[in-house]
Design a protein around this ligand. Structure first.
Ligand code: UD1
Length: 340
């Protein structure tokens, strides 16, 4: 049984990936500092897979702890690195905290990964690296734009750090996965998204409004150059996204990668507007959503959706779930945690 380290494995995408890894027969070790996650997620994972992953509460900013961890686990066959902060607005307020938290930690882990016998590394990147792309759908060759926020910059710099490392460490193999907008929850409703405080992202704000935690959703802008004037994004079911990580990791373990540093877009290829997401929610939940049109949010691009051909053909992966299915799973999860 191959042992895989998942950093941030109790977070939203991390926890769903742990489930898929265990389903595929991997042994999983999770590192998480619980700064934006709950220890209860471990029970949710176990309830779904009947296996409890190994868990170490560890702050990756402590270099010595990272070194010690890898000394204790020198038989790791691959690392999937999710642990990072991801709030765009907060990153503008606290740039140094974001650079330390997202980049120092990456460097400490990479130093250890390069010393492993199996230096297989999967990195959580983001479509944010493209900014407002000139051409849609967005291919992996679209130019990386000047980052709009320190958060976005940590993803761009993170990719550069990994690429530069791969150039000089030939036995290192890495894949950067550029996510579009992950939403939804596991079909069991035992794990899902757990935003702390007021959600910044659209879908948890919708489900919390419907659950009565928020009064009204603000739709940020209806005067964009899009079909209905609201922003367009590529919303991907988190379970589809999680499965892509297992496929990417297996590609590295099998030595099937074309070069030792690759990037893939992970999206559905379908763009949906904010109003279409609301309509989908209303359809699958049978509930009207209280929303109003509000001013644009600073830093939002008008449209972003993925060209999926590279992931479809080279990774041999494609999304299975529709927007409606993802919205229903998000709503079932919200109802479960609110006892509705
Ligand atoms: C952005 C980044 C993504 C990053 C994520 C982290 C882009 C294209 N995407 O996602 O890479 O990982 O931030 O948080 O840069 N909206 C509302 N009302 C709300 C909340 C959102 O109308 O209360 C709208 C937004 O204006 C946007 C859409 O919903 O058009 C999605 O917003 P959100 O869920 O925050 O994700 P992005 O900003 O697309």
């Amino acid at each position: 049984m191959k042992k895989i380290l998942v950093t941030g494995g109790l977070g939203f995408i991390g926890s769903h990936t742990v489930v898929e890894l265990q389903n595929e027969g991997f042994e999983v070790v999770i590192i998480d500092d619980l700064s934006n996650s709950s220890i209860d997620v471990l029970d949710g994972i176990e309830a779904i897979t009947n296996q409890k992953p190994i868990f170490e509460r560890l702050d990756l900013k402590n270099k010595l702890d990272v070194e010690q961890f890898f000394q204790n686990h020198n038989d790791i066959s691959g690392v999937i690195h999710f642990a990072a902060s991801k709030a765009v607005g907060e990153s503008v307020e606290k740039p140094l905290w974001y650079y330390e938290n997202n980049l120092n930690t990456l460097i400490y882990i990479l130093k250890e990964v390069t010393r492993l016998n199996a230096s297989n590394f999967i990195f959580s990147s983001s479509c944010t690296v493209y900014g407002q792309a000139e051409e849609l759908p967005i291919t992996e060759n679209s130019p990386v734009k000047l980052a709009e926020s320190p958060y976005g910059n940590t993803k761009q710099i993170g990719e550069e750090i990994i690429k530069d490392t791969c150039k000089v460490v030939p036995h290192m193999n890495a894949i950067a996965l550029r996510y579009f907008n992950p939403i939804g929850a596991h079909s069991s409703a035992k794990i899902g998204e757990l935003p702390i405080g007021v959600p910044q992202n659209l879908v948890p704000f919708i489900t919390q409004t419907a659950a009565g935690l928020r009064d009204c959703l603000s739709v940020f802008g209806d005067d964009y150059p899009t079909p209905d004037g609201t922003c367009v994004r590529d919303y991907i079911h988190v379970v589809d996204l999680a499965k892509a990580h297992v496929v990417a990791l297996q590609r590295l373990i099998d030595g099937k990668n074309d070069s030792n540093y690759e990037t893939f877009n992970l999206g559905t290829g379908v763009g949906s507007s904010v109003l279409e997401v609301i309509q989908s929610f209303e359809k699958v939940s049978g509930l009207p959503l209280n929303y109003k049109i509000a001013p644009r949010r600073e830093g939002d691009v008008n449209s972003a959706y993925a060209h999926t051909e590279k992931a479809n053909t080279i990774l041999g992966w494609k999304t299975q779930s529709t927007l409606d299915e993802a919205m229903l799973s998000a709503w079932n999860w919200e109802k479960n945690i609110r006892n509705l």
